[in-house]
Write a protein that binds this ligand. Structure first.
Ligand SMILES: [Zn+2]
Length: 369
C-alpha cells in the first residue's frame, strides 16, 4: 500500500498559548463547545472565554463527567446541538480529550485539542478510547480525521505534577523502538488503514528518542520547580508532536502489548499508562534480543527520569508464575501489536522476556547501592 502520513491540521505550543485560542478557533467556527474537567475549566475557562470573545466567538463551557463512555459522548453531543455549537474545544487530560474528539467525530465538527497534562502521546491522534460507564476499556474509535488544531500552553503543563510529564516520556520512549520493529517487519499499520510509513515518520521517531535522552532529566527537574525552560519545551514537543506523529504513523509493537498485559494485574492499577509502557519497552528489547548496550541505554534513561526499571517499581512485588503467565497471554491475544514483530511471538517468549527485563532492572538498581 502507498506511503501515508496522518497529522493534526496545526500544532501550537508556547508559554501563554491559551490566550491565542480565539485566533486559531476563528478559522473553524463561531460558536464553541468547551469540554473539560472541573479543574481544567476553572484554571483555563476565563482565558479561553476572553480569547474567544475577542474574535467574536460565543461559547458554552461544559463539565466532563470523568469517563469517556458512549453515554457521556451522547450527552455532550446533545448539549452541543442544543447550543448550536459548530466547533469543539476539548480540554484537559486523556479522558476528556478522548470524549471531545469523539463528540466532534460523531457530529462532523472541527475540534481544537488543549492538553493540560502531557502524560501520553494521544492528543494529536485520530483515535479515541471509549470505556464502559464503570471505566473498563470497551473499544477504540477510529476517527475520520486528526484534530484540526492541537494547542499546548507550556505554563499549564508545568503547573501539573512532574509525574505526568515523566509518564509521557515513558510513552514517547516506546515510539522509536516500536516503529523500528514495525519497519523491520513491514506489517501493515491498522492506525493508518494499512499505509506504509513515510521517511518523515522514521525521522521524527529518531528525533523523539534523541530529544528524550538529551533533555529528559533537565525537563523533569524544571517541571518540579514549575519553570518553563528550553528542555521543557523540547520534551513537551517530543511527548506530544514527535511521539504522536511517529507512533500513529509508525505503528505499535511489543511495548504496548506488554503494557496491555500488565493492566490485567490489580497491583499495577495505580500506575500511569506511560510508566507501564516504559517497562514494556525494556521487555520488548529483551524479547527482540537487542544488544546489551541498547538495553543499558534505555535503562539509564529510565533511571535518570524515574521511570520503572522492574516489576517492583510498578508496585508488582513477587508476582506469581500464574500472574506473569496471565500478563503474557493477554499480551499475545489476537489483534495485539506484539504480532507486528518480525518473528512469531508466543506467550512463553513474552513471559521469559518480562522475567529477564525484571531481573536486569533489579540488578541495575542493586549495582547502584
Ligand atoms: Zn501509548
Amino acid at each position: 500500500m502507498s506511503r501515508m502520513l496522518l497529522a493534526p491540521g496545526r500544532y501550537v505550543q508556547g508559554a501563554g498559548a491559551i490566550k491565542e485560542i480565539g485566533w486559531h478557533t476563528s478559522r473553524f467556527g463561531t460558536c464553541a463547545m468547551v469540554i473539560g474537567g472541573n479543574t481544567a475549566l476553572s484554571v483555563c475557562g476565563p482565558d479561553i472565554e476572553a480569547s474567544l470573545a475577542e474574535k467574536g466567538i460565543s461559547c458554552h463551557l461544559e463539565s466532563f463527567r470523568g469517563v469517556s463512555s458512549q453515554q457521556e459522548i451522547r450527552r455532550l453531543a446533545g448539549i452541543t446541538a442544543a447550543n448550536r455549537g459548530d466547533v469543539i474545544i476539548a480540554l484537559g487530560g486523556g479522558a476528556s480529550i478522548d470524549a471531545g474528539k469523539a463528540v466532534a467525530h460523531e457530529m462532523k465538527l472541527p475540534v481544537v485539542v488543549v492538553p493540560t497534562v502531557i502524560s501520553t502521546d494521544a492528543p494529536c491522534s485520530a483515535l479515541s478510547v471509549v470505556y464502559s460507564e464503570s471505566g473498563v476499556f470497551e473499544r477504540y474509535l477510529l476517527l475520520r480525521k486528526n484534530p484540526d488544531c492541537v494547542l499546548v500552553d507550556t505554563t499549564l503543563v508545568v503547573g501539573a505534577p512532574a509525574r505526568f510529564l515523566v509518564a509521557g516520556m515513558g510513552d514517547a520512549l516506546a515510539t522509536f523502538w516500536e516503529s523500528d520493529t514495525c519497519s523491520r517487519s513491514g506489517r501493515p499499520n491498522p492506525l493508518t488503514g494499512g499505509g506504509s510509513p513515510t521517511l518523515a515518520a522514521g525521522a521524527l521517531s529518531r528525533l523523539c528518542y534523541e530529544t528524550l535522552l538529551e533533555s529528559g532529566v533537565q525537563a523533569k527537574l524544571a517541571v518540579e520547580k514549575q519553570v518553563v525552560t528550553p528542555a521543557v519545551d523540547a520534551i513537551i514537543e517530543a511527548n506530544t508532536l514527535l511521539s504522536g506523529l511517529s507512533s500513529e504513523n509508525g505503528g505499535h509493537a511489543g511495548a504496548h502489548s506488554i503494557h496491555n498485559g500488565l493492566t490485567t494485574l490489580p497491583a499495577v492499577k495505580q500506575r500511569l499508562h506511560g510508566e507501564k509502557v516504559a517497562f514494556g519497552v525494556i521487555a520488548q528489547l529483551v524479547l527482540e534480543v537487542r544488544s546489551s548496550p541498547v538495553i543499558k541505554e534505555v535503562q539509564d534513561f529510565c533511571y535518570s527520569v524515574g521511570l520503572p526499571l522492574c516489576l517492583e517499581d510498578l508496585d508488582c512485588v513477587n508476582p506469581t508464575t500464574e500472574e506473569l503467565r496471565q500478563v503474557a497471554i493477554a499480551a499475545v491475544a489476537e489483534g495485539e501489536t506484539v504480532h507486528a514483530t518480525w518473528f512469531p511471538v508466543t506467550a512463553v517468549m513474552v513471559e521469559a522476556a518480562i522475567r529477564i527485563a525484571d531481573a536486569l532492572g533489579t540488578r541495575y538498581k542493586k549495582a547502584l547501592l
